[in-house]
Write a protein that binds this ligand. Structure first.
Ligand code: ZN
Length: 151
């Protein structure tokens, strides 16, 4: 496990999100949702959010279970995405996904990730990358699927 090798401060931020996850609920009247599993580790993330008519994320939450990193990552994601537009959110999720596959981004772009910046250290531990990216993939998939009410 990579956590004990992480910078102390980063580790504290991750453990804080995992033990007191933010927005840990199913969004009532969600317009978009997605559940993804990481079978390698046994993580599940259900992400739900509500887009208003302007395409702004007015509520976002997650439920699920799994390792510290998967749950902390989902908590960090909800903090970052709340209040963003759909397009802004997708652009930020792409930065995170890109970092996971070894693509570089500017310091300014990485800063957009908020607390999730600390997870970029996880990318040095290949076995944990799926744990870190699960919520971000769920977010991207939730927004690329058609909203429920239009089905
Ligand atoms: Zn995991």
């Amino acid at each position: 496990m990579g956590l004990d090798k992480l910078n102390q401060l980063y580790r504290a931020v991750i453990l804080d999100h995992a033990s007191n996850p933010h927005h840990h609920y199913v969004v009532p009247d969600a317009t978009n949702e997605k559940t993804l599993h990481n079978t390698t580790c046994g993580d599940t993330i259900n992400l739900s959010l509500r887009l208003d008519s302007n395409g702004t994320i007015t509520d976002i939450g997650f439920t699920g279970e799994g390792c510290t990193i998967s749950q902390a990552s989902a908590s960090m994601l909800t903090d970052v995405m709340l209040g963003k537009s759909r397009d802004e959110g997708l652009a930020i999720a792409k930065i995170f996904s890109d970092l996971a596959i070894g693509k570089e981004h500017s310091a300014k772009e990485v800063k957009l990730l908020g607390d999730a910046q600390v997870l970029t250290e996880i990318m040095e531990f290949p076995a944990r990358i799926k744990c870190a990216t699960l919520a971000w993939w769920a977010f991207q998939r939730a927004l690329s699927d058609e909203p429920r009410e239009e089905n």
